[in-house]
Each structure stands twice: as C-alpha cells, then as structure tokens.
Ligand binder design. Sequence first.
Ligand code: BTN
Length: 264
Amino acid sequence: MQSDVLTREAIESQLTTKWLGRPVTVFDAIPSTNNWLSEQAAQGAAQGALAVADVQTAGRGRMGRTWQSPPGAGLLFSLLFRPPANVTPGQVGLVAAAGAAVGIAKHLGVDTRLKWPNDVLVNGKKVAGMLGDASFRDGRAEWVVVGIGLNVNLAPADFPSPPPGGVEPTSLLAELGNPIERARLLAAILAAIEPRYEALVAGEPQAEEWRRLSATLGQPVRITGGVAVEGVAQDIADDGSLLVKQDDGSVVSVAAGDVTLRQS
Ligand code: BTN
C-alpha cells in the first residue's frame, strides 16, 4: 500500500454516495469529530455532512469513556443525520452500525458481527465503536451525529484497554494481516450506510438485518450503565431496543446501556 494519507481529495475521489459524506471536512487533529459536527449541526449544517480526523485529542467513547487512536492508523469520523419524526436516534445508530459492519465485510471479505447496540466485531473482537449525540426539540430528534471509531491499521501495542468485562479490542490490520487504505474503506462504509438509512426513513423495518448480524442474541447478558438488567438477549425491536428475557420470564426492553456476557 502507498502512504495512507487521509485528505479531502482522497476521500471525495472514492465516495459513491449521493448525499452521505457531503460535504467532507478533514482535520489532521481535533478534540473530537462528534463535538465539532454537533456544533455545526446546531448552526444548521445539512444532513450528510462528514467530519474526519487523523487524530483526536479528546475523543469520546460511550458511557463517558475516552476513545484513543494513534496518528495515521484509525478511521475517526462523524456523520450528521436529520431524521424525520418516525425515526429515533437509536435506529439511526443501528443502521449506521449495520452499514459499517456490512461495508467492512464487503470491502475486505471478512465476517463482521454486531454487539448491541453498535460495536462492530471481527473474530469476536471489537474493531469499531459508535457514539451518538442528538438534540431534541418538541419530543423528537432535530439532528443526530453518529461518530465511528474504527481500528484500521493499529498495532496490538496501540489497542485501547477494554472496560471491565468488555470485549477484547483488535484492528483490521491484526485480523487480516495487511494494512488497509482508509479512504477507500470509509467510502465503502458510507456506501453501505446510505441505502440503509434511506430504507429506515421510508419505513422499511431494519430489525431483520440487525438480528442476522447480531452476536448478542441468544446470549446470557448483563446490562449496565442505565437500567441494570440480567437475562437472555432475546430480540431486537424495530425501534432498536434490546429485548431481554429475565430469569422470572418477564421481558424488558432496553433502549441504551452496556452489554457484558453473564457467566451463567
Ligand atoms: C465506543 O465507546 O465504543 C464508541 C467510540 C466512538 C469513537 C468515535 S471516534 C469519532 C467520534 N468522535 C468522538 O469523539 N467519538 C467518536
């Protein structure tokens, strides 16, 4: 592979989408692409806007965690959506996760899975995580920013430490054994997210694909970081919630949280 410099020109030359990823703004370094794009969204930026950074100095993960990635090795980007009233931020996150999983799989010929709500796994290890930010008005999301952190060309020494009970991290380089050109991979991911988001907006149920990709369903799980629930992950509802069957037989719908596998 030639040197893998992430530039606006390199990304634009690979994009095949109609509106997703346009316009693209690329930063050598920025505190957080999610923070920057959320500010742009609040100022009226259009749906589809993409922010990409080679380095984040204050990258944010889910549940108040940080997200770290060394220079030149990760894909760190955020996408702006302005969903209609029938679409929840959780659903936007899930179509983004499904698109990322399918985009990576198709582009690289590797099997990918989703750990609810939106971690992407390769060989059971985490290659990507997602963080959603949203602004609500009159009971609906005015905008949703989905930030994706993907471990592309990271060496094992640079893998982030997993949270307690969390999934072991990996990178595409570690799993595939060869470095990957980030601009092409980014374009492949956006090409997979765009039609899934359009189908979601058109009212087509997406849960079937989430079920097919899910590494969580059928597993004994413990949910933390919101409601505390234990049981077996039974299904994913159309609104993106995880349905957990508790030991007493009752089924709880979980909209957000951290899933760890329960030793039963
Ligand atoms: C997780 O905890 O798994 C979610 C990680 C999300 C990281 C991405 S990197 C691009 C975007 N900007 C951020 O500050 N976070 C997200």
